[in-house]
Design a protein around this ligand. Sequence first.
Ligand code: SF4
Length: 397
Amino acid sequence: MMLLKFFWRGMTEVSWRLSFKALRLWVVKGLFALRSYRHRIQKGELFPPFLFFALTNACNLRCRGCWVESQGTPDSLKLNDIEKAMEVAAKQKVFFHTLLGGEPFLYPQLWELIAKHPECYFQIITNGQFLDAQNVRTIRRLGNISPLISIDGFAHSNDSRRGSGSFRQAVEGCRELQKQRILYGVATVVTQENFEEVLTEEYVQNFIDLGAMYLWFYVFRPVGKNPSPELCLSSEELLELRCRLLELRRKMPIILIDTYWNAAGEAVCPAAKGLGFHIGAKGSIDPCPPLSVCREFLTDHDGDLFKTINESAFLREFQKFVNDRTKGCVILEHPKELARFFEVWNAYDVSGRFFCEELKASESRSSHHLPGKEIPEDFWFYRLLKKMLFFGMGAYG
Ligand code: SF4
Protein backbone atom coordinates (compact mmCIF):
# COMPACT_ATOMS: atom_id res chain seq x y z
CA MET A 1 0.00 0.00 0.00
CA MET A 2 2.85 2.41 0.88
CA LEU A 3 4.32 1.97 -2.60
CA LEU A 4 1.04 2.65 -4.39
CA LYS A 5 0.59 5.85 -2.39
CA PHE A 6 4.22 6.87 -3.06
CA PHE A 7 3.98 6.35 -6.81
CA TRP A 8 0.59 8.08 -6.86
CA ARG A 9 2.24 11.05 -5.13
CA GLY A 10 4.99 10.99 -7.76
CA MET A 11 2.42 10.95 -10.54
CA THR A 12 0.25 13.74 -9.14
CA GLU A 13 2.64 16.02 -7.20
CA VAL A 14 5.81 16.13 -9.38
CA SER A 15 6.00 17.56 -12.89
CA TRP A 16 6.12 14.69 -15.41
CA ARG A 17 8.88 16.46 -17.37
CA LEU A 18 11.01 16.65 -14.23
CA SER A 19 10.17 13.06 -13.26
CA PHE A 20 11.27 11.70 -16.63
CA LYS A 21 14.47 13.75 -16.47
CA ALA A 22 15.20 12.36 -13.01
CA LEU A 23 14.45 8.82 -14.21
CA ARG A 24 16.83 9.18 -17.17
CA LEU A 25 19.65 11.27 -15.71
CA TRP A 26 19.62 10.14 -12.08
CA VAL A 27 18.19 6.58 -11.95
CA VAL A 28 19.14 5.01 -15.29
CA LYS A 29 22.52 6.77 -15.53
CA GLY A 30 22.99 5.96 -11.82
CA LEU A 31 22.62 2.25 -12.59
CA PHE A 32 25.38 2.48 -15.22
CA ALA A 33 27.54 4.53 -12.84
CA LEU A 34 27.21 1.81 -10.18
CA ARG A 35 27.98 -0.99 -12.65
CA SER A 36 31.04 0.89 -13.87
CA TYR A 37 32.12 1.56 -10.25
CA ARG A 38 31.85 -2.17 -9.43
CA HIS A 39 33.92 -3.00 -12.53
CA ARG A 40 36.58 -0.55 -11.36
CA ILE A 41 36.65 -2.20 -7.95
CA GLN A 42 37.18 -5.60 -9.58
CA LYS A 43 40.13 -4.10 -11.49
CA GLY A 44 41.51 -2.60 -8.28
CA GLU A 45 40.78 0.92 -9.50
CA LEU A 46 39.59 3.62 -7.10
CA PHE A 47 37.09 6.21 -8.37
CA PRO A 48 33.63 6.89 -6.87
CA PRO A 49 30.34 6.52 -8.79
CA PHE A 50 29.19 9.97 -7.63
CA LEU A 51 31.04 13.20 -6.84
CA PHE A 52 30.56 15.83 -4.12
CA PHE A 53 31.62 19.39 -4.82
CA ALA A 54 31.70 21.91 -1.97
CA LEU A 55 31.29 24.90 -4.30
CA THR A 56 32.08 27.42 -1.56
CA ASN A 57 32.48 27.54 2.21
CA ALA A 58 30.59 30.83 2.35
CA CYS A 59 27.38 30.50 4.38
CA ASN A 60 24.78 32.79 5.87
CA LEU A 61 24.12 30.44 8.82
CA ARG A 62 26.35 29.23 11.68
CA CYS A 63 24.85 25.90 12.69
CA ARG A 64 26.05 24.16 15.85
CA GLY A 65 28.27 21.19 15.00
CA CYS A 66 28.89 22.27 11.39
CA TRP A 67 32.30 21.20 10.09
CA VAL A 68 32.56 24.04 7.55
CA GLU A 69 34.65 27.06 8.54
CA SER A 70 32.77 30.13 7.26
CA GLN A 71 34.72 32.86 8.99
CA GLY A 72 37.03 35.13 6.97
CA THR A 73 37.34 35.31 3.19
CA PRO A 74 35.38 32.40 1.73
CA ASP A 75 37.00 29.82 -0.55
CA SER A 76 35.23 28.79 -3.75
CA LEU A 77 36.01 26.25 -6.47
CA LYS A 78 36.91 27.57 -9.92
CA LEU A 79 34.24 26.75 -12.52
CA ASN A 80 36.90 25.46 -14.96
CA ASP A 81 38.29 23.07 -12.36
CA ILE A 82 34.83 21.67 -11.60
CA GLU A 83 34.06 21.23 -15.30
CA LYS A 84 37.39 19.52 -15.91
CA ALA A 85 36.61 17.09 -13.09
CA MET A 86 33.13 16.46 -14.49
CA GLU A 87 34.63 15.80 -17.93
CA VAL A 88 36.99 13.19 -16.47
CA ALA A 89 34.14 11.72 -14.39
CA ALA A 90 31.89 11.37 -17.46
CA LYS A 91 34.48 9.01 -18.96
CA GLN A 92 33.86 6.81 -15.91
CA LYS A 93 30.07 7.06 -16.46
CA VAL A 94 29.70 9.42 -13.49
CA PHE A 95 26.93 11.99 -14.14
CA PHE A 96 25.34 12.45 -10.68
CA HIS A 97 26.92 15.27 -8.72
CA THR A 98 26.06 16.62 -5.30
CA LEU A 99 26.66 20.34 -4.84
CA LEU A 100 27.11 21.46 -1.25
CA GLY A 101 29.02 24.05 0.75
CA GLY A 102 28.80 26.15 2.91
CA GLU A 103 25.71 27.28 1.06
CA PRO A 104 25.77 26.47 -2.70
CA PHE A 105 23.25 29.23 -3.49
CA LEU A 106 26.04 31.67 -2.52
CA TYR A 107 28.15 30.36 -5.42
CA PRO A 108 27.77 33.01 -8.16
CA GLN A 109 28.17 30.57 -11.08
CA LEU A 110 25.72 27.94 -9.76
CA TRP A 111 23.20 28.28 -12.61
CA GLU A 112 25.93 28.63 -15.25
CA LEU A 113 27.51 25.36 -14.09
CA ILE A 114 24.23 23.43 -14.13
CA ALA A 115 22.96 24.93 -17.40
CA LYS A 116 26.19 23.93 -19.17
CA HIS A 117 25.68 20.24 -18.18
CA PRO A 118 22.18 19.09 -19.15
CA GLU A 119 23.57 15.53 -19.39
CA CYS A 120 24.15 15.47 -15.64
CA TYR A 121 21.84 15.40 -12.62
CA PHE A 122 22.57 17.64 -9.66
CA GLN A 123 21.51 17.35 -6.05
CA ILE A 124 21.89 20.70 -4.29
CA ILE A 125 22.26 20.39 -0.51
CA THR A 126 21.02 23.76 0.77
CA ASN A 127 20.00 25.37 4.04
CA GLY A 128 16.76 26.40 2.27
CA GLN A 129 17.17 30.13 2.90
CA PHE A 130 17.42 31.08 -0.82
CA LEU A 131 14.48 29.16 -2.33
CA ASP A 132 12.56 32.21 -3.47
CA ALA A 133 10.16 32.21 -6.45
CA GLN A 134 12.88 33.22 -8.94
CA ASN A 135 15.43 30.57 -7.89
CA VAL A 136 12.73 27.89 -7.80
CA ARG A 137 11.55 28.82 -11.30
CA THR A 138 15.15 28.46 -12.48
CA ILE A 139 15.34 25.00 -10.88
CA ARG A 140 12.15 24.03 -12.71
CA ARG A 141 13.34 25.46 -16.04
CA LEU A 142 16.71 23.66 -15.91
CA GLY A 143 14.99 20.44 -14.76
CA ASN A 144 18.10 18.39 -13.87
CA ILE A 145 18.17 19.41 -10.19
CA SER A 146 16.82 17.96 -6.97
CA PRO A 147 17.21 20.29 -3.97
CA LEU A 148 17.84 18.68 -0.57
CA ILE A 149 16.89 21.10 2.22
CA SER A 150 18.55 20.80 5.63
CA ILE A 151 15.90 21.00 8.39
CA ASP A 152 16.64 19.52 11.83
CA GLY A 153 13.27 19.25 13.56
CA PHE A 154 10.24 21.47 13.96
CA ALA A 155 10.77 25.20 14.52
CA HIS A 156 12.20 25.14 18.06
CA SER A 157 14.63 22.24 17.60
CA ASN A 158 15.67 23.40 14.15
CA ASP A 159 16.25 27.01 15.11
CA SER A 160 18.14 26.11 18.30
CA ARG A 161 20.73 24.40 16.09
CA ARG A 162 20.49 26.36 12.84
CA GLY A 163 19.50 29.85 13.96
CA SER A 164 16.34 31.82 14.67
CA GLY A 165 13.87 32.06 11.77
CA SER A 166 15.69 29.48 9.63
CA PHE A 167 12.84 26.92 9.98
CA ARG A 168 10.15 29.34 8.75
CA GLN A 169 12.32 30.41 5.79
CA ALA A 170 13.16 26.82 4.83
CA VAL A 171 9.49 25.75 5.00
CA GLU A 172 8.56 28.68 2.74
CA GLY A 173 11.14 27.27 0.33
CA CYS A 174 9.47 23.84 0.54
CA ARG A 175 6.11 25.42 -0.34
CA GLU A 176 7.65 27.21 -3.33
CA LEU A 177 9.13 23.91 -4.59
CA GLN A 178 5.78 22.17 -4.03
CA LYS A 179 3.99 24.89 -6.01
CA GLN A 180 6.38 24.34 -8.93
CA ARG A 181 5.98 20.51 -8.64
CA ILE A 182 9.72 19.96 -8.17
CA LEU A 183 11.29 16.67 -7.01
CA TYR A 184 12.94 17.62 -3.72
CA GLY A 185 13.94 16.20 -0.36
CA VAL A 186 14.65 17.18 3.22
CA ALA A 187 17.76 16.22 5.21
CA THR A 188 17.52 15.93 8.98
CA VAL A 189 20.46 15.45 11.33
CA VAL A 190 19.28 13.29 14.24
CA THR A 191 20.59 14.53 17.58
CA GLN A 192 19.97 14.01 21.28
CA GLU A 193 17.75 17.10 21.20
CA ASN A 194 15.42 16.21 18.31
CA PHE A 195 15.46 12.39 18.50
CA GLU A 196 11.93 11.94 19.88
CA GLU A 197 10.59 14.59 17.48
CA VAL A 198 12.03 13.66 14.09
CA LEU A 199 11.62 9.86 14.12
CA THR A 200 7.85 10.06 14.22
CA GLU A 201 4.97 9.73 11.72
CA GLU A 202 3.95 13.30 12.55
CA TYR A 203 7.36 14.71 11.50
CA VAL A 204 7.52 12.62 8.32
CA GLN A 205 3.91 13.43 7.44
CA ASN A 206 4.69 17.14 7.83
CA PHE A 207 7.12 16.98 4.88
CA ILE A 208 4.86 14.70 2.85
CA ASP A 209 2.24 17.45 3.18
CA LEU A 210 4.87 19.95 1.96
CA GLY A 211 5.51 17.85 -1.17
CA ALA A 212 8.89 16.33 -0.31
CA MET A 213 9.50 12.99 -2.07
CA TYR A 214 12.44 11.89 0.11
CA LEU A 215 13.67 12.48 3.65
CA TRP A 216 17.31 11.76 4.49
CA PHE A 217 18.31 11.03 8.06
CA TYR A 218 21.89 11.73 9.14
CA VAL A 219 23.49 10.81 12.46
CA PHE A 220 25.15 13.76 14.24
CA ARG A 221 28.98 13.93 14.32
CA PRO A 222 30.75 16.17 16.88
CA VAL A 223 33.08 18.08 14.53
CA GLY A 224 33.93 21.70 13.79
CA LYS A 225 34.66 24.74 15.93
CA ASN A 226 31.58 24.13 18.04
CA PRO A 227 31.44 20.29 18.07
CA SER A 228 28.57 20.03 20.62
CA PRO A 229 29.29 16.41 21.68
CA GLU A 230 26.20 16.53 23.90
CA LEU A 231 24.14 16.14 20.72
CA CYS A 232 25.61 12.68 19.93
CA LEU A 233 23.42 9.56 20.03
CA SER A 234 24.06 6.58 22.30
CA SER A 235 24.28 3.01 20.94
CA GLU A 236 20.75 2.34 22.30
CA GLU A 237 19.43 5.39 20.42
CA LEU A 238 21.23 4.32 17.22
CA LEU A 239 19.52 0.93 17.44
CA GLU A 240 16.19 2.63 18.16
CA LEU A 241 16.75 4.89 15.15
CA ARG A 242 17.23 1.78 12.98
CA CYS A 243 14.02 0.18 14.29
CA ARG A 244 11.94 3.32 13.82
CA LEU A 245 13.28 3.83 10.29
CA LEU A 246 12.18 0.30 9.30
CA GLU A 247 8.74 0.89 10.81
CA LEU A 248 8.25 4.28 9.12
CA ARG A 249 9.45 2.86 5.78
CA ARG A 250 6.64 0.30 5.75
CA LYS A 251 3.99 3.03 6.35
CA MET A 252 5.00 6.42 4.97
CA PRO A 253 4.65 7.23 1.20
CA ILE A 254 8.03 8.98 0.99
CA ILE A 255 11.55 7.59 0.47
CA LEU A 256 13.34 7.52 3.84
CA ILE A 257 17.09 7.50 3.25
CA ASP A 258 19.97 6.53 5.50
CA THR A 259 23.49 5.64 4.40
CA TYR A 260 24.56 3.76 7.54
CA TRP A 261 23.30 0.23 7.01
CA ASN A 262 23.19 -2.00 3.93
CA ALA A 263 20.27 -4.25 2.96
CA ALA A 264 21.46 -6.89 5.44
CA GLY A 265 21.52 -4.29 8.23
CA GLU A 266 25.33 -4.27 8.47
CA ALA A 267 27.07 -0.96 9.10
CA VAL A 268 28.68 0.86 6.19
CA CYS A 269 31.18 3.72 5.96
CA PRO A 270 30.71 5.20 2.46
CA ALA A 271 34.25 6.66 2.41
CA ALA A 272 35.75 3.27 3.29
CA LYS A 273 33.92 1.90 0.25
CA GLY A 274 35.27 4.67 -1.97
CA LEU A 275 31.77 6.03 -2.51
CA GLY A 276 31.83 9.51 -1.03
CA PHE A 277 35.08 11.36 -1.50
CA HIS A 278 34.48 15.07 -1.01
CA ILE A 279 35.96 17.90 -3.09
CA GLY A 280 36.36 20.75 -0.62
CA ALA A 281 35.99 24.46 -1.41
CA LYS A 282 39.81 24.78 -1.49
CA GLY A 283 39.95 22.00 -4.13
CA SER A 284 41.03 19.39 -1.59
CA ILE A 285 40.14 15.72 -2.12
CA ASP A 286 38.87 14.83 1.37
CA PRO A 287 38.01 11.24 2.51
CA CYS A 288 34.48 12.46 3.33
CA PRO A 289 32.68 15.76 4.02
CA PRO A 290 33.30 16.03 7.80
CA LEU A 291 37.01 15.09 7.40
CA SER A 292 38.65 18.33 6.26
CA VAL A 293 42.09 16.90 5.48
CA CYS A 294 43.74 15.76 2.25
CA ARG A 295 46.94 14.86 0.38
CA GLU A 296 45.63 15.62 -3.10
CA PHE A 297 43.93 18.53 -4.85
CA LEU A 298 41.53 18.89 -7.78
CA THR A 299 44.19 20.52 -9.98
CA ASP A 300 46.78 17.76 -9.49
CA HIS A 301 47.78 15.87 -12.67
CA ASP A 302 46.40 18.76 -14.80
CA GLY A 303 42.95 18.16 -13.37
CA ASP A 304 42.86 14.44 -14.20
CA LEU A 305 40.72 13.55 -11.18
CA PHE A 306 40.66 9.85 -12.06
CA LYS A 307 44.48 9.65 -11.94
CA THR A 308 44.61 11.74 -8.75
CA ILE A 309 42.09 9.60 -6.82
CA ASN A 310 43.08 6.23 -8.28
CA GLU A 311 46.76 6.80 -7.49
CA SER A 312 46.13 8.26 -4.01
CA ALA A 313 47.97 6.09 -1.49
CA PHE A 314 46.47 8.32 1.24
CA LEU A 315 42.82 7.57 0.29
CA ARG A 316 43.52 3.86 -0.12
CA GLU A 317 45.29 3.75 3.26
CA PHE A 318 42.38 5.66 4.84
CA GLN A 319 40.03 2.94 3.60
CA LYS A 320 42.31 0.29 5.11
CA PHE A 321 42.53 2.30 8.36
CA VAL A 322 38.71 2.25 8.63
CA ASN A 323 38.24 -1.36 7.53
CA ASP A 324 40.87 -2.53 10.05
CA ARG A 325 38.86 -0.96 12.88
CA THR A 326 35.16 -0.78 12.17
CA LYS A 327 32.30 -0.93 9.68
CA GLY A 328 30.98 2.25 11.24
CA CYS A 329 32.31 5.78 11.66
CA VAL A 330 35.91 6.29 12.75
CA ILE A 331 35.19 9.94 13.56
CA LEU A 332 32.92 8.72 16.37
CA GLU A 333 34.73 5.52 17.39
CA HIS A 334 38.46 6.33 16.93
CA PRO A 335 38.98 10.14 16.78
CA LYS A 336 42.42 10.12 18.50
CA GLU A 337 43.82 7.31 16.32
CA LEU A 338 42.38 9.09 13.29
CA ALA A 339 44.28 12.26 14.24
CA ARG A 340 47.51 10.24 14.52
CA PHE A 341 46.82 8.63 11.12
CA PHE A 342 46.47 12.05 9.48
CA GLU A 343 49.65 13.27 11.20
CA VAL A 344 51.64 10.23 10.07
CA TRP A 345 50.49 10.97 6.52
CA ASN A 346 51.29 14.67 6.87
CA ALA A 347 47.78 15.33 5.63
CA TYR A 348 47.05 18.95 4.80
CA ASP A 349 44.57 20.50 7.25
CA VAL A 350 42.05 22.34 5.00
CA SER A 351 39.55 23.00 7.80
CA GLY A 352 40.75 26.55 8.48
CA ARG A 353 41.17 25.40 12.09
CA PHE A 354 43.33 22.82 13.88
CA PHE A 355 41.44 19.73 12.78
CA CYS A 356 43.72 17.09 14.30
CA GLU A 357 43.67 18.90 17.65
CA GLU A 358 39.87 18.85 17.52
CA LEU A 359 39.92 15.07 16.88
CA LYS A 360 42.40 14.54 19.74
CA ALA A 361 40.07 16.47 22.08
CA SER A 362 37.12 14.30 21.04
CA GLU A 363 36.08 11.25 23.09
CA SER A 364 35.52 7.81 21.52
CA ARG A 365 31.80 6.96 21.31
CA SER A 366 29.31 4.62 19.59
CA SER A 367 28.65 4.76 15.90
CA HIS A 368 26.15 2.84 13.75
CA HIS A 369 28.36 -0.27 13.81
CA LEU A 370 26.44 -2.38 16.35
CA PRO A 371 27.91 -5.89 16.04
CA GLY A 372 25.38 -8.67 16.77
CA LYS A 373 22.48 -6.23 16.55
CA GLU A 374 22.19 -6.12 12.77
CA ILE A 375 18.58 -5.74 11.58
CA PRO A 376 18.06 -6.48 7.84
CA GLU A 377 15.73 -4.36 5.70
CA ASP A 378 12.34 -6.10 5.93
CA PHE A 379 10.77 -4.39 2.91
CA TRP A 380 11.87 -5.63 -0.58
CA PHE A 381 11.68 -2.11 -2.05
CA TYR A 382 14.26 -0.78 0.40
CA ARG A 383 16.47 -3.84 -0.02
CA LEU A 384 16.56 -2.90 -3.71
CA LEU A 385 17.21 0.82 -3.03
CA LYS A 386 19.97 -0.07 -0.61
CA LYS A 387 21.64 -2.30 -3.18
CA MET A 388 21.37 0.60 -5.61
CA LEU A 389 22.69 3.05 -3.02
CA PHE A 390 19.58 5.12 -3.58
CA PHE A 391 21.16 5.85 -6.98
CA GLY A 392 23.70 8.18 -5.48
CA MET A 393 21.96 9.41 -2.40
CA GLY A 394 23.43 6.57 -0.40
CA ALA A 395 26.99 7.61 -1.00
CA TYR A 396 27.85 9.60 2.05
CA GLY A 397 26.70 10.02 5.60
S1 SF4 B 1 30.81 6.93 8.36
FE1 SF4 B 1 32.09 8.58 9.20
S2 SF4 B 1 34.08 8.34 8.20
FE2 SF4 B 1 32.59 7.17 7.02
S3 SF4 B 1 31.87 8.56 5.42
FE3 SF4 B 1 30.46 8.76 7.12
S4 SF4 B 1 31.25 10.49 8.34
FE4 SF4 B 1 32.89 9.80 6.97
